[in-house]
Design a protein around this ligand. Structure first.
Ligand code: C2E
Ligand code: CA
Ligand code: CA
Length: 903
């Protein structure tokens, strides 16, 4: 065994190695010296790559440097060291790591390894010593090892830094080389201009002549021709502004413009460049590169214009869509006016879908001088767009002046596109007009061609909608008006009756035992029978009367101006008409009918009640086999109480005898107050508290809901303002219930704004039940957007009980869904209800809406809902609806915390 080295000799050797730091000799010297100093057989320094491989940088073995090698760390003692701690396996290292073949090849018996780290502590590699005999290290030897490891780590780090620098220098050189090649081969011209008033050119590269048709000499110093003057006139100013802006931002600029070349051609140019600045930050000159992009450009410019218009349009439906489309198109195509018009269609052709040559057009949007103009109708054949009756496109570059109704001035050029439905019929036209003659119409027509499909689709969708409504009003079997149409007629005629102070009769007629005939002879014959009955009834009706088939075998007739005798006559005629035997094929049928009738105003005042009265009478007629049965007061006792209630309610509203209660809404995660719902309460002197479940529907039926709703809004506003004065602010918003009739008001947003005067819109949320949204979803989309724009949020109440289509939900500008109490009630016990709730929450999340659970009565329900991801809750568990004072007593702390700091 060799004598161990003295400490002094060892450090001398180390210092000798260190002097080579930063050279390729450093690591080989280090491993050699370590082998000597520590008297081991093998020493290696390795870098760890990809976390799993060791790549040696220097290997000393059996008295000589060895070639470098790369090995997998798995199953080696090095694996236990790399990135971790120093490890010593003093003996039998081969038995411990049987998979490590290198240990066997070297004949190693012991192993000492140290991890190597960079200055920032990142693991870099390892230093390993192996000895073909057991190993033991003294304190001094360990010290030496640590110093050596620190040096080796620093050396690896240095070499890594060097490598990456070399790589980045190489790539910089490469990209410079590529740029050079590119500039040399690009067709175009590089330039440098002086920052004088003319931007006089100092240098112009070779491509100038090809690009402009002028020699570089002609362009430099603007001797013969100023480059700026080549730029097609209308582009010049906006271009200069754009460049100036970029220069001010110290940014590069990229502009596209048209240039008139020496031979008078208009070409498209792309100019990219930047300014150079002196030490004071002043612009000394501009330099850049100009290339001719006429070829690619036309297609690209069309795409860009289309994309710009399309992305500027924020709605895809309704009038706003047309306004936005025309507005943006006019702007981008630099037109002076733009129009979208639809072909007028007779209602009959909507139903019959018959083809007729288009004659009149009515504008749906007119834009001129950046503003919207009134709509008007015009005769297509006398207009400049007459060609569109037979051809898809019209382009007029320079014509005798024409004018448009409602738009001042005259036009001398226009482009237009016919809008067609999917069957190819003309449904409208899209037109752009110019005051000055124009030359660049190919571009405009391309853009129009693409964007006109959207406009055509929207017009078609509207017409389909109308056509569907028409179809929806008629019963297919009999051709009579259906129930929907009848209900509308009933409302209209009742209003007319009220206006003219004339009575209105309602006759309901039911075929007796029709079901038996139907079952016995089949539906087909049943339908024939119904059609015959309908035909006969039709023959009996007088002027202004309205006949409808309500359902299966039930018909209704509305008789305006009907005195008792007139109604009786009608009834007799109907009875006789149906009483005559009906021959169908070889069979003969004798039908009997039951008839119930009621009259406005004698029996009932509202359409609903009139219908109810007639239904009650019909019910009696069927029961008692009487044939004809007029409504009598005794049948209407129930109606009586409702009548009384509606009178008292009307009075209560007028006298402001209603009150509001407030129910807290809380955050399900932490129970914090997030808002409240205002709920209306009515106490009648005789009847006590009347449930809103009873008086709200009544108010809706009796036309009292608007005054009631107005009062609620006013009262809520008063309360919130009082609280604010007292230094109390409700966190979040106060939710207010809105009924369908209020919602149908096209000026709802304005109205609410007026009633809540003094409050910011952000204090109010509106709740509307799901089924009310879905009554007329298109209208609802519009209304919700207006409300939203005005700053109110919307919640869809009683969600889960209606039939919302996902497509609509996405389009309503509602921000939360209130999960109906009926699902919350059994959410713990019913798997079914729990699934529904989870689905609603997932859906709301997908649509970016909040969820509020209603009717939460227990802590368990709250916990379950929170776990499902429901955001907020309302219910007895968190607090019942309370009068204002009681609400404050309970929630004052939350409302003070929330106070905005006084200004
Ligand atoms: P809504 O909008 O669904 O209101 C929630 C109803 O659930 C309230 O009934 C409330 O008292 C009740 N509720 C809240 N938490 C719980 C609970 O934990 N358990 C149970 N069982 N019920 C709970 P309320 O006050 O009787 O009102 C009934 C409906 O009347 C309201 O249903 C709303 O549709 C209508 N309504 C109330 N006030 C107004 C109003 O000012 N305007 C309009 N248009 N409708 C109103
Ligand atoms: Ca509600
Ligand atoms: Ca509700």
């Amino acid at each position: 065994m060799k004598a161990r080295m003295t400490a002094e000799a060892a450090f001398r050797l180390l210092a000798d190695g260190m002097s080579r730091a930063g050279t390729d000799a450093f690591l080989p010297t280090l491993v050699e010296h370590l082998a000597t100093i520590l008297d081991v057989d093998h020493v290696l320094v390795a870098q760890v790559e990809e976390g799993h491989y060791a790549q040696t940088l220097a290997v000393w073995s059996q008295g000589a440097l060895q070639p470098n090698l790369r090995y997998h760390l798995a199953g080696t003692p090095c694996e236990t060291v790399s990135g971790r701690q120093p490890c010593l396996y003093a003996c039998e290292v081969q038995q411990r790591f049987p998979e490590d073949e290198l240990l066997g090849e070297l004949g190693a018996e012991s192993y000492m390894g140290l991890p190597l780290f960079g200055l920032d502590g990142a693991p870099l590699g390892l230093l390993a010593l192996l000895k073909n005999a057991p190993m033991s290290l003294t304190g001094l030897e360990k010290e030496i090892l640590h110093i050596a490891a620190a040096q080796a780590g620093a050396e690896i780090e240095r070499s890594l830094a060097r490598q990456s620098l070399q790589r980045s220098e190489a790539s910089a050189r490469e990209s410079e080389r590529r740029l050079d090649t590119l500039l040399n081969h690009l067709p175009g011209m590089a330039y440098r201009c002086l920052n004088d008033s003319e931007w006089t050119m100092l240098v112009v590269s070779q491509g100038a002549e090809v690009l402009t048709g002028y020699s570089p000499a002609a362009l430099i110093h603007n001797r013969e021709v100023s480059y700026a003057s080549l730029i097609h006139a209308p582009d010049r100013q906006p271009l200069a502004d754009k460049v100036a802006e970029a220069v001010a931002r110290r940014d590069t600029f990229r502009v596209i413009y048209r240039l008139r070349t020496a031979c008078g051609q208009l070409r498209w140019m792309l100019e990219q460049g930047q300014a150079l600045y002196d030490e004071d930050g002043e612009v000394t000159c501009l330099e850049g590169f100009i290339s001719d992009i006429s070829e690619q450009h036309e297609a690209q410019r069309v795409q860009e214009a289309v994309a710009r218009v399309a992305s500027a349009i924020t709605t895809r439906m309704g009038d706003d869509y047309f306004h936005q489309l025309v507005g943006h198109l006019t702007e981008i195509l630099e037109a002076d006016a733009g129009i979208i018009a639809t072909v007028d269609m007779a209602p009959a052709s909507l139903v019959a879908a018959g083809r007729q040559p288009p004659r009149r057009l009515t504008t749906v949007s007119v834009s001129a001088a950046g503003g919207r103009r009134d709509n008007h109708s015009f005769d297509l054949r006398d207009s400049p767009f007459a060609e569109l009756a037979d051809s898809r496109e019209v382009i007029v570059r320079n014509a005798a002046a024409v004018w448009l109704p409602g738009v001042e001035g005259v036009f001398t050029a226009w482009v237009g596109r016919r809008l067609e439905n999917t069957r190819g019929d003309m449904v409208g036209a899209l037109l752009l007009l110019y005051r000055e003659p124009t030359d660049a119409n190919a571009f405009a027509t391309s853009v129009l061609r693409i964007l006109s499909t959207g406009a055509a689709a929207e017009i078609e969708r509207r017409q389909d909608h109308r056509r569907m409504r028409q179809l929806a009003y008629f019963d297919g079997t009999t051709g009579l008006a259906n129930r929907v149409r009848f209900m509308e007629d009933l409302h209209q005629m009742r209003l007319a009756a009220e206006r003219t102070q004339a009575p209105l009769g309602l006759i309901l007629l039911d075929l007796r035992r029709f079901k038996e005939i139907n079952d016995l002879h089949g539906h087909q014959l049943g339908d024939q029978l119904l059609a015959t009955v309908a035909g006969r009834l039709q023959g009996t009706i007088g002027k202004g009367e309205s006949l409808a088939r309500l359902s299966g075998d039930e018909f209704a007739l509305l008789v305006p101006g009907a005195s008792a005798e007139v109604v009786e006559e009608s009834v007799t005629r109907m009875g006789e008409a149906i009483g005559r035997p009906i021959q169908l094929g070889r069979r003969t049928f004798s039908l009997k009918v039951s008839i119930g009738l009621a009259r406005y105003p004698q029996d009932a005042l509202t359409p609903g009640e009139l219908f109810k009265a007639a239904s009650i009478a019909l019910y009696h007629a069927k029961q008692e086999d009487e044939g004809v049965c007029p409504f009598t007061a005794s049948m209407g006792q129930a109606l009586e109480r409702r009548q009384q209630m509606s009178e008292r309610l009307e009075r209560a509203i007028a006298q402001e005898a209603l009150t509001l209660h407030f129910q807290p809404q809380v955050d399900l995660r932490d129970g914090r107050l997030t808002g409240a719902e205002a709920l209306c309460r009515w106490h009648d002197d005789e009847w006590g508290w009347v449930s809103p479940g009873e008086f709200i529907p009544l108010a809706e039926e009796r036309g009292l809901i608007r005054p009631l709703g107005d009062w609620v809004l006013r009262c809520a506003t008063r309360q919130l303002l009082l609280w604010r004065e007292a230094g109390l602010a409700l966190p979040g918003r106060l939710s207010i219930n809105i009924s369908a009739q209020q919602f149908a008001d096209p000026r709802l947003a304005e109205r609410i704004g007026m009633l809540t005067d003094g409050l910011p819109a952000s204090a109010i949320a509106l709740e509307l039940t799901e089924s009310d949204f879905m009554r007329d979803p298109e209208q609802a989309v519009e209304t919700t957007r207006t409300l939203n724009r005005a700053g109110f949020t919307l919640a869809i109440d009683d969600f889960g009980t209606g039939y919302s289509s996902l497509a609509y939900l996405r389009r309503f500008a509602a921000d939360s869904l209130k999960i109906d109490i009926s699902f919350v009630r059994h959410v713990l016990e019913s798997q079914h209800d729990s699934t529904i709730v989870q689905t609603i929450i997932a859906m709301a999340q997908a649509l970016g809406m909040k969820t509020v659970a209603e009717g939460v009565e227990t802590a368990e329900q709250a916990a379950a809902l929170a776990a499902m991801g429901c955001d907020q809750a309302q219910g007895f568990h968190f607090g019942r609806p309370l009068p204002a004072e009681a609400f404050i007593a309970r929630w004052e702390a939350s409302m003070r915390e929330n106070q905005e700091p006084a200004s």
